[in-house]
Design a protein around this ligand. Structure first.
Ligand code: URA
Length: 420
């Protein structure tokens, strides 16, 4: 086997064998194939795609490049959930405690935010003391004790994906459906849970801009999961408006806690409940209405909040935030964006709002940027809402930026409205 033949085959759309793909992944991960040749192959994949069988081989080879976790000591059904992420996406912080309170065991490895999208790991680190990097044995023990744990990606899981993903980032080869599928599913399959729920988002705030692209990715990931003998279900959701009202790390934890306290219902609560029902059904916990009842009881009884409290404590975090959200980082400065006339908001550009929160300090433009955990945006209205002149449309928060001229300009630009 040699790399030139492999590049030429993909260039000519000739299907690669499982052995060729495994060889390619192993040799690249070991450093025997240089970046420039792997980049050429990745670009050929971007332009010509891969067949489903090639995508499966790539996913399994990447999965096998590192450790595969073993949760067989947990006496119960294990599940994992993946969201392709977006602006204000705190669904994991809400649905994992609920699903765990309903009897599932959910070990989850998550990422950090980059660009306009946030990351669950950054959100959790806004809780004082929460450790996101812990040994795998401790991770498993927390899952066994409370029902769920979220940690950052371990170095030993899918090292091939780590190396290939950073090369894709540097070579303009991220936006390929088979490459995204193999990258996500290799990590999910290495977690080795019984069930996998995939929430693929589309819209201005998401990776996939159109519904049809999201459906294609969702179906491919579901098929790969099933071929790898997992119970797998995909779900396509729209991300044309931010999820919930809050964008930014501590602000999103606050919103998640308030939902688990039963204080807010609305679009975000409904979406989380739908996702919980999907994952419970996938795990065989009952019919849709039985699972919905279980999920509602978990919130109203306070059981889900208790699961979150215990998980935060076992991670070394200040679990009092579950009772008093004012213990989360608070911004030094704030600015209210007000309506200049009576208006109806017709559209919200999520990507632009996400970038506004980055400018406020809530996200990173480069990998090593330091985050202002208190920074972000609280929306007072959503697309379709009518508001009166001088009412607050949204409030911007930051501890690092006291001059809001750039951020308020971008925030206003993110809204389309008509005078009424
Ligand atoms: N998330 C991943 O883990 N991989 C991708 O390729 C894209 C999003």
């Amino acid at each position: 086997m040699n790399i030139i033949d492999i590049i030429s085959k993909t260039k000519k759309r000739t299907e690669l064998s499982e052995a060729e793909i495994r060889w390619l992944v192993e040799k690249y991960t070991d450093g025997e194939i240089p970046d420039y040749q792997m980049s050429a192959w990745l670009m050929a994949v971007c332009l010509n795609g891969l067949t489903e069988s090639e995508t499966l081989s790539l996913t399994l080879a990447m999965r096998d490049s590192g450790d595969i976790l073993d949760f067989s000591r947990i006496e119960g059904i294990t599940a994992d959930k993946h969201s392709t992420g977006g602006v204000g996406d705190k669904t994991s912080l809400i649905m994992l405690p609920i699903a765990s309170a309903c009897g599932l065991y959910i070990p989850k490895m998550s990422g950090r935010g980059l660009g306009h999208t946030g990351g669950t790991i950054d959100k959790l680190e806004s809780i004082s003391g929460y450790r996101t990097e812990i040994p795998v044995e401790e991770f498993k023990e927390i899952v066994r004790q409370t029902g769920f744990s979220i940690i950052s990606q371990s170095e030993n899981i899918c090292p091939a994906d780590r190396k290939i993903y950073s090369l894709r980032n540097a070579t303009g080869t991220v936006d390929s459906i088979p490459l995204i599928c193999a990258s996500i599913m290799s990590k999910k399959l290495a977690m080795n849970t019984d069930c996998i729920l995939l929430d693929v988002k589309y819209g201005s705030g998401a990776f996939m801009k159109t519904k049809s692209e999201a459906e294609e990715l969702a179906l491919l990931m579901e098929n790969i999961g099933k071929k790898a003998r997992k119970k797998c279900h995909s779900y396509v959701t729209d991300m044309d408006i931010p999820l919930g009202n809050n964008i930014g790390n501590a602000l999103e934890v606050k919103e998640a806690v308030e939902i688990l306290q039963g204080r807010y219902k609305g679009g975000l609560y409904d979406l989380c409940m739908e996702l919980v029902v999907e994952i419970l059904q996938l795990a065989g916990k009952g019919t849709s209405s039985e699972c919905m009842k279980m999920a509602e009881d978990a919130v109203s009884s306070g059981k889900a909040l208790e699961v979150l409290r215990k998980t935060i404590a076992l991670h070394g975090g200040d679990s009092r935030v579950c009772d008093d959200v004012s213990l989360l980082p608070q911004a030094k400065y704030k600015y209210e964006v007000r309506a200049v006339c009576d208006m109806q908001i017709t559209e919200i550009d999520c990507q632009e709002l996400g970038m506004t929160s980055v400018i406020l300090g809530a996200g990173r433009l480069a990998k090593d940027d330091i985050i202002d955990m208190s920074a972000g945006i609280v929306m007072n209205c959503s697309a379709g809402d009518c508001i009166s002149v001088d009412d607050t449309i949204m409030t911007l928060y930051s501890s690092t930026v006291s001059d809001f001229s750039e951020s308020s300009f971008r925030a206003v630009n993110a809204l389309k409205f008509k005078k009424i």
